[in-house]
Every structure is written in structure tokens, then in C-alpha cells.
Design a protein around this ligand. Structure first.
Ligand code: SF4
Ligand code: SF4
Length: 333
């Protein structure tokens, strides 16, 4: 274990918040950082995440709380006044809750292309450090994920984090389970550690950002009856605030061998199968399409298809409607 490091404040914890959407690795990223702090830096640490339906595309917040070795952490409250906010997807900067509570001397790391400067950054404290890194592009180029890139940037942005310790922790996380990913993650981490840009003279506010505690949408008297989905998200609706990965599967019938692998992994049973044949020719059950009204774009079918018959396409208006194969045609007008 490395020597115990000193945190910048002795009267409070050092707190980080990852703001992300499901599928970009924020939860695992938070685990890696907290484990490194506890097992390799001699600190006390706690990590947990807050998310809804656990589907790719849903908002997720991941919290890390660090304390000195003699300062036990007895709270599991969400991090409301973070020293560091790391934003995994640029679209999240449109929501004021993403940067809520950032301390005046805190750090914001956000995913953005070179030259990109969202207007909302002007609301940040004048004294906060603002760092931009194109984590999604780097992750795509290195066949890695944004978490590896952003942990690399974090290692440089937080003075008491050492790059070699965080990289070791990243390697340990994936080395055993997915050794093939370790080399790509290392390159992604190193690019995150060096290709970031510190932006100056951006924030205009004085002092800490206000804490935002959103009111619950529903209460005891106003909650809808169980089982009713008021805000449905599927690839047919094109509402990326709910189905935000922005991809849908497209079936190429010429390549499909009707093996059923996609059906075994689809969590929403939205693949449509039809029995063909008659008494003279034995019936065969064949995949005939996708009912996009139930498809949430998780991409599991694409990952499992052995022939490349399922491909990932951008979710554009009208595409799902054009390709849709209804599961229950008798219920369609
Ligand atoms: S993307 Fe594929 S596996 Fe996921 S819900 Fe849609 S059809 Fe099912
Ligand atoms: S996994 Fe691929 S080949 Fe098999 S049924 Fe599904 S689309 Fe067809």
C-alpha cells in the first residue's frame, strides 16, 4: 500500500459526484476510485450510486466520499456539496441539478469536444476549476469507455490522486474479468490524463453553487395506480430524455438464421416470431421483426447476434414506425 495521503480539509470529507447516464461506466468508475483510495491510499471511503430503472440511457449519479484514516464515514447521504463534479455526457449540462452544490473552490470536469463551451458554464463559481476532455470520442477511438478516460483526467485534477495508483486500480478491475479490455483502458486513461484542457475565465458566480433537492414527482395522494407508465420510453417514441442512448436495432432478414439468441437476451420480449408452414410442410418458427413500442434500445440483441443480422442504427424520427412489426397485430387499428 502507498503512504497515507493527506486530504485538503481536516474538518470535513472530500466528496466527488459523477453525473452520467447508464452505459457510460459511472458506477464502476466510482467503485474504482473509492477502492483505490481505501486500499492503496490509506483513506476511509464510501461509494454508492443512485439510479432508476438500471437501463442504458437512464440518468445516474455516483457518489464518492473520502475521509482521513481516523475519520470514520457514518453517512450514506447523497453528495450535495461536491468538491469535484465529473460529467460523463455533455447533454447533462443542460440540467442545473448536474452542477448543483459545486463548491466555490471545486472542480468541474466535463465531456466536451475541443472548443465546446456550453452557456450553462457561466453559472459556475468564478473561482472553480473547469476542465474539458472529449471523453466520448477518446473512448470510442480506443475501444474503451468514458470512465477510463475520465478517471485519467481525475488523476490529474485532484492533487492527492496519483495517476499510477488509479491506473493500477483500473487495471485490477478489468484485468481478471476482461484482460482484452485492460490495454485499451490504459491508453484511454493516459489520453484522459494528458489531453484535457483547463478553461479559464468561464464562471461568473460568487461562492458555492446552491444545493438543489428536487421535490418528489408524486406523493401518497398523487401517485398513479401501480403498473401505469406515464412517461413511456421506447425507441418508437424518439424521446431521448427517456431513451437516451439514441440507438435502435435493425434486423436484416437476409442474414438471420432464426437461432433465437437475441430472444433469449431481450429483456422486453419485443422480438416477433411467426410460425410458417402447414400440415404438409412442418411448421418452423421464424423471427419476423421487432415491435419497437416495447424496445428500449439496450443493444443486447446486437451484442449476441452471431451473424450480424442485427445492427445498431441511429434512432431518427419515423424509423421505428417504418420498420415496426407489431407483436399483437389484432390490437393494431
Ligand atoms: S435493443 Fe434488442 S434486446 Fe434491447 S429491448 Fe430492443 S430488441 Fe430487445
Ligand atoms: S440472434 Fe441474429 S441470427 Fe439469431 S435470430 Fe436473432 S437476429 Fe436472427
Amino acid at each position: 500500500m502507498a503512504d497515507t495521503v493527506s486530504l485538503p480539509h481536516t474538518d470535513r470529507f472530500f466528496e466527488l459526484r459523477f453525473e452520467s447516464i447508464g452505459g457510460l461506466g459511472a458506477h464502476v468508475g466510482g467503485q474504482i476510485v473509492a477502492k483505490a483510495a481505501v486500499l492503496r491510499m490509506g483513506l476511509n471511503g464510501a461509494h454508492f450510486s443512485s439510479y432508476g430503472s438500471e437501463k442504458k440511457g437512464s440518468p445516474i449519479k455516483s457518489f464518492i466520499r473520502l475521509g482521513a484514516a481516523d475519520k470514520p464515514i457514518r453517512t450514506s447521504a447523497p453528495v450535495e456539496s461536491p468538491d469535484v463534479v465529473t460529467v460523463f455526457h455533455r447533454a447533462l449540462l443542460g440540467n442545473p441539478a448536474t452542477v448543483a452544490g459545486l463548491r466555490a473552490d471545486g472542480t468541474l470536469i466535463f465531456t466536451g469536444a475541443p472548443g465546446e463551451l456550453p452557456d450553462s458554464l457561466a453559472e459556475l463559481p468564478r473561482t472553480a476549476k473547469i476542465i474539458r476532455i472529449d471523453a466520448q470520442r477518446i473512448a470510442a477511438e480506443e475501444n474503451s469507455r468514458p470512465n477510463a478516460v475520465l478517471i485519467g483526467t481525475l488523476a490529474e485534477a485532484v492533487p492527492f490522486f496519483a495517476a499510477d495508483i488509479l491506473l493500477e486500480a483500473l487495471n485490477e478491475q478489468f484485468g481478471r474479468k476482461r484482460p482484452e479490455a485492460a490495454a485499451n483502458n490504459k491508453v484511454a486513461f493516459e489520453r484522459g490524463n494528458t489531453e484535457f484542457e483547463i478553461l479559464t475565465d468561464i464562471g461568473r458566480a460568487e461562492g458555492d453553487m446552491p444545493v438543489i433537492r428536487p421535490d418528489p414527482l408524486w406523493g401518497y395522494r398523487t401517485a398513479p395506480a401501480g403498473g401505469i407508465i406515464l412517461n413511456a420510453g421506447s425507441t418508437a417514441w424518439n424521446d431521448l430524455s427517456i431513451s437516451r442512448t439514441g440507438w435502435l436495432p435493425v434486423l436484416d432478414m437476409d442474414k438471420c438464421i432464426h437461432c433465437g439468441s437475441c430472444d433469449m437476451v431481450c429483456p422486453d420480449l419485443c422480438l416477433v416470431w411467426t410460425a410458417e408452414g402447414n400440415s404438409a410442410t412442418p411448421a418452423a418458427t421464424k423471427l419476423s421483426g421487432i415491435d419497437y413500442r416495447y424496445c428500449k434500445g439496450c443493444m443486447r440483441c446486437i451484442e449476441t447476434c452471431p451473424t450480424g443480422a442485427m445492427t445498431r442504427e441511429t434512432e431518427t424520427p419515423g424509423l421505428a414506425a417504418r420498420l415496426n412489426k407489431p407483436l399483437f397485430p389484432q390490437l393494431v387499428d
